[in-house]
Structures are given as structure tokens and as C-alpha cells.
Write a protein that binds this ligand. Structure first.
Ligand SMILES: CC(C)(COP(=O)(O)OP(=O)(O)OC[C@H]1O[C@@H](n2cnc3c(N)ncnc32)[C@H](O)[C@@H]1O)[C@@H](O)C(=O)NCCC(=O)NCCS
Ligand SMILES: Nc1ncnc2c1ncn2[C@@H]1O[C@H](COP(=O)(O)OP(=O)(O)OP(=O)(O)O)[C@@H](O)[C@H]1O
Length: 195
């Protein structure tokens, strides 16, 4: 099994690449989804976060409030570091467990939005970066995510730049055109891997 790490900044097109990979029958694991599961009431991530940060992150149903957690971690670098130190090892263990279920498959792709930021390069056989022109990225974030340009820039500032990610990539998928163009690039790289 070849383990491919798929990354790229918010809005670059990871979901679009994943949709194409899934159409081709390739298994894709999703770190944000794994994290979301860990944050559910009573789960390991939830319990550890509450032990560190107390009840300030909970809503009236004692569920973890994502907005409160975003405010906590994105406004204070120390809190971000503490939350990541709790969640990242848990996410990695879950990925390792899920990968074991797919060892017979030729390729498994793992979507890790913060792959370089958390230093998971060595875990993968190759890292693919999805990228698009910065002006197009802001346009898409404003249009489809309904956030202002200032908010998009603020969120992107918490991630490594596209230029830095491209420099570290084994493969770059450029999402500056349409789905057909992206699919062609994916087919080309899959051909090389399957050879
Ligand atoms: C902040 C939280 C509660 C927001 O949850 P929400 O459901 O609104 O968003 P979701 O988890 O789908 O993340 C959306 C995007 O936010 C960005 N993001 C998430 N966590 C971080 C982080 N620690 N640093 C920078 N960007 C981040 C990523 O681009 C991610 O794809 C959640 O993302 C979280 O618990 N983050 C900390 C864990 C983490 O680092 N996850 C990323 C694993 S690679
Ligand atoms: N080639 C394209 N042409 C037009 N719109 C696109 C294209 N690729 C992606 N988009 C749109 O841009 C937005 C961001 O794309 P996508 O959701 O694939 O990014 P992402 O990297 O998964 O983002 P996130 O990390 O925030 O989940 C989506 O609303 C998507 O429909």
C-alpha cells in the first residue's frame, strides 16, 4: 500500500480532488472528520480537552462548541499549542488504525489539511499539494464560503502559505481551471504510481 498525504490551504480544492479520487474507487481518509469524531461528547479528545480547559468550551447540552473552541485556539497561540498537543497524537493513532483496514489496497490517500504544519511528511510515501492562484482562492472563499476577504485572510494566516507548501510537495495539483483539468492531472499521477 502506498500512503499518500493530501494537503493544501483552506479552499484550495482538497474536497474537489477527493471527490475525483473517490469516483475512481480510491480510499480517502479525512483528518478533519476523524478530529470531529474525537470531539464528540464522551470521546477521548472531548474528555482530554475538558480536563485541560474546563467547561468553558461546552454548550448547554454539554457538547463541545466548535465556535468557542475556534475562538479559544485561534486567539491564543498557547491554547492552540495545548489543544493540538492533545488532539494531533489522537488523530494520528486513529489514522494508523484505519490504514490497517486498507493494507491490501494499492493506494490510500489521507487528507491532512495541516500536514506540513504538524510535520507528518515522513509518515507518507508521497505528499500531494492542491494549490490555486491566491486571488482565485480568495474569490472562491468569499463566493462559496460566504466569508469576507479580511476573514479569509485572517484564517489563512494560521496556515503555511501555498508557496511554502508547493516547495515541500512531491506532487502539485493546480486547481486553477475546471474539474476536467484537475481530473486529468490526477489521472496522470495515478498512472505513474500504478505502473
Ligand atoms: C477549531 C475546530 C474546533 C473547528 O472545527 P470546525 O468543525 O469548525 O472545522 P474543521 O475541523 O472541519 O476544520 C476546518 C479547517 O480549519 C483549519 N484548522 C483546523 N484546525 C486548525 C489548526 N489547529 N490550525 C490551523 N488551521 C486549522 C483547517 O484548514 C481545517 O481544514 C477544529 O478544527 C479543531 O478542533 N482543530 C484543532 C485540531 C486540528 O489541528 N485539526 C486539524 C488536523 S490536520
Ligand atoms: N476548479 C474549480 N472551479 C470553481 N470552483 C471551485 C473549483 N475547485 C473548487 N471550487 C470551489 O471552491 C471551494 C473550495 O474548494 P474545496 O472545498 O474543494 O477546497 P478545500 O481545500 O477542500 O477547502 P477546505 O480545506 O476549507 O475544506 C468550494 O466551494 C468549491 O466548490
Amino acid at each position: 500500500m502506498k500512503k499518500i498525504g493530501l494537503t493544501g490551504v483552506m479552499g484550495a480544492g482538497k474536497s474537489s480532488v477527493i471527490a475525483i479520487l473517490k469516483e475512481k474507487g480510491i480510499t480517502v481518509l479525512d483528518c478533519d472528520a476523524i478530529n470531529a469524531k474525537l470531539l464528540e461528547k464522551g470521546e477521548e479528545g472531548y474528555l482530554k480537552l475538558i480536563a485541560t480547559f474546563g467547561n468553558q468550551l461546552l454548550d448547554e447540552h454539554e457538547e463541545l462548541d466548535k465556535q468557542l473552541m475556534s475562538d479559544l485556539i485561534f486567539k491564543d497561540p498557547l491554547h492552540k499549542q495545548q489543544a493540538e498537543a492533545i488532539l494531533h497524537p489522537l488523530i494520528k493513532t486513529k489514522i494508523e488504525q484505519e490504514l490497517l483496514l486498507h493494507v491490501d489496497e494499492k493506494i490510500v490517500v489521507v487528507e491532512v489539511p495541516l500536514l506540513f504544519e504538524v510535520g507528518w511528511e515522513a509518515f507518507f510515501d508521497a505528499v500531494w499539494v492542491v494549490a490555486c492562484e491566491n486571488s482565485l482562492l480568495l474569490e472562491r472563499l468569499m463566493k462559496y464560503r460566504h466569508i469576507s476577504q479580511a476573514e479569509a485572510k485572517r484564517r489563512l494566516a494560521h496556515q503555511m502559505s501555498q508557496e511554502a507548501k508547493i516547495a515541500k510537495a512531491d506532487v502539485v495539483l493546480y486547481n486553477n481551471s475546471n474539474k476536467e483539468n484537475l481530473e486529468r492531472q490526477i489521472c496522470d499521477i495515478l498512472k505513474v504510481i500504478r505502473r
